[in-house]
Ligand binder design. Structure first.
Ligand SMILES: Nc1nc2c(c(=O)[nH]1)N[C@H]1C(S)=C(S)[C@@H](COP(=O)(O)O)O[C@H]1N2
Ligand SMILES: [Mo]
Length: 240
C-alpha cells in the first residue's frame, strides 16, 4: 500500500487521471445513494472501502483532508460500545468510556495538519483530553519509556516516547474542527500529535500501552520516521 501510494504520488499521468475520473464517477454514484445523508466525507470513506487501488486517498474532502485507512472496513463505535484501554507498565490500568473521557478536562489545540503525501490543512482545531493527564491517572512505572497505540480497525499502530506523549499539544481527541470526530476521521476518538506528521495521529484509537522501549508503528515498519516531527517543530529539551 505504501509502495502504491508512492507510485501514484510520482504520477502516471494518463492512467491516474483516467482512474480518478472513473473513481469520481463511482463516488458520485455512491453520493447519490443514501451515503448522501452522511455527507461527502463519509461517502469517501465508504468508497475507499471498495477501492482496491487506494486512489480515494487522492480525492480531497471539502475540508482539504484525505481519507486514509490501511484496512477496508472499520466498525463504528459510539457511547454504547467504545472503550479506550490504558495498560502496560502502569499501576492503575483502566478502560475509559466515551462519557468518562468527556468528563475529564478538555484542551483545545489549533495547529497545521500535514501529511507526508504533501497535503496540508492549516489551523485545524482539535479538542480532547491531554494524553499526559491519562498517563498521570494511570501511574507510569519507572520502567516505562514509551507508548504503543492500537486501533479498533485491528491493524494500525503508532508509538511515542513518554517525553513526547507528555507534551501539552498531544491529545486524545474527541473533536476535530469543533465537531465530534466523524467515523471517516477516526472517531469517536483519535490521537492528535500536533507537532508531528499526521500519520502519528492514530485514528479509531482503542489502546494505549506503556512499554519499556519504542515499538515502531504500522508505517514505521515501512520506513517512516519513528520521530515524525514537522519541519520547524519545537522538539523540546530532547531535540537532537
Ligand atoms: N487507524 C489509522 N490511523 C491513521 C491512518 C490509518 O490508515 N489508520 N493513517 C494516518 C495518516 S498517514 C494520515 S495522513 C491521517 C489521515 O487522517 P484523515 O483520514 O482523518 O485525513 O491518519 C493517520 N492515522
Ligand atoms: Mo499521511
Amino acid at each position: 500500500m505504501r509502495e502504491e501510494r508512492d507510485r501514484w504520488a510520482q504520477g502516471a499521468p494518463v492512467g491516474r487521471r483516467m482512474l480518478l475520473g472513473t473513481l469520481a464517477a463511482g463516488v458520485a454514484g455512491l453520493a447519490a445513494a443514501p451515503y448522501l445523508q452522511r455527507g461527502w466525507e463519509d461517502a469517501l470513506g465508504a468508497a475507499s472501502q471498495h477501492d482496491p487501488t487506494g486512489l480515494t486517498g487522492l480525492l480531497p474532502d471539502p475540508g482539504g483532508f484525505r481519507y486514509y485507512s490501511v484496512v477496508g472496513s472499520v466498525p463504528r463505535k459510539d457511547e454504547t460500545d467504545y472503550g479506550l484501554r490504558v495498560d502496560g507498565l502502569v499501576d492503575r490500568p483502566r478502560t475509559y468510556t466515551l462519557p468518562d473521557l468527556r468528563a475529564l478536562p478538555q484542551t483545545r489545540v489549533v495547529h497545521d495538519v500535514l501529511c507526508t503525501d504533501g497535503w496540508r490543512v492549516d489551523d485545524t482545531p482539535f479538542q480532547g483530553v491531554r494524553l499526559a493527564d491519562l498517563l498521570d491517572a494511570a501511574g507510569v512505572r519507572s520502567e516505562g519509556a514509551a507508548l504503543r497505540f492500537t486501533c479498533f480497525d485491528g491493524a494500525y499502530s503508532e508509538s511515542l516516547t513518554l517525553e513526547q506523549a507528555r507534551r501539552p499539544d498531544v491529545l486524545v481527541a474527541l473533536t476535530m474542527q469543533d465537531q465530534p470526530i466523524s467515523h471517516a476521521h477516526g472517531g469517536p476518538v483519535r490521537l492528535y500529535v500536533a507537532p508531528m506528521y499526521f500519520y502519528k495521529s492514530a485514528k479509531w484509537l482503542s489502546g494505549i500501552t506503556v512499554t519499556d522501549r519504542v515499538i515502531p508503528g504500522y508505517w514505521e515498519d515501512y520506513g517512516y520516521d519513528v520521530d515524525g516531527w514537522l519541519p520547524g517543530a519545537d522538539r523540546g529539551p530532547d531535540a537532537a
